[in-house]
Design a protein around this ligand. Sequence first.
Ligand code: CAA
Length: 258
Amino acid sequence: MGLFQYIETSVENEIGFITLNRPKQLNALNRTMVGEIVSAAEEFDRDTQVKVILLSGHGKAFSAGADIDEMANDNPVRLELLNQFADWDRLSLVKKPIIGAVKSFVFGGGFELALSCDLLIAAGDTLFSFPEVTLGVMPGAGGTQRLTKLVGKTKALEWILTAERINAETALKYGIINKIVAPELLMEEAIAFARKITAQPSLAVRMIKDSVNKAVDYSLYEGMQYERKNFYLLFASEDQKEGMAAFVEKRKPNFTGR
Ligand code: CAA
């Protein structure tokens, strides 16, 4: 794993941990930090010891958004040449499931990072918000697109236009998060959640994530064709043979990830 300045990484029990590590700035995301998050996720994606990636933040908050100091003097030409959001596109290409464990402020780019995860566990004190409008800008790392696809136009527009802070209960009600847990149990619960997925055959997990994500972009017909191909492909895996043999033989399967 590469050496990182703004994040920490580790691997334990088939979970690859990425922890945002700028707690004094409430894990505000500077460009280097986003690059590090994506590089670490890509490395874990290729690491056979890792089945699930767990993204969280050190300190009080998950992330208070993009680093305002860094972008205060930006201009469109510099932004176009930097092409910083290409890093966010790379994150969408990671094939293993990414679980976000979020708490306190999940604002702006921090909310966009959370929305880039596949599953979210939130502490009861979590507040989600897109405050960009109050800075004279708007979300730029997928917020207007991902939130709208997730909750529909009505609430997305309301929340992004007013910068309203959404609490964990509301986020759960609208399907933004999977589960609310006590703040002191956040990592414990997130790890327990991740272990439910590491226990599954990893090729099936991979194909399921791939197929479900296609439902966001594809028509129903295209998505059905795509799903079918992934379904067929799993019959080339040893885990399919093992899973079905174990069922017939009334024993526990021994999955190898092949
Ligand atoms: N960028 C840079 N620094 C930030 C930051 C950010 N997004 N958020 C917090 N910080 C820094 C603060 O400047 C402060 O630093 P100092 O101690 O050096 O003064 C430190 O983190 C602690 O923050 P606060 O003292 O403000 O903490 P608080 O508990 O009083 O308030 C908060 C917390 C309400 C989240 C407040 O920090 C805040 O409003 N932050 C900005 C949130 C925001 O507007 N985010 C959107 C950014 S734009 C974006 O994300 C664009 C995009 O789509 C890519």
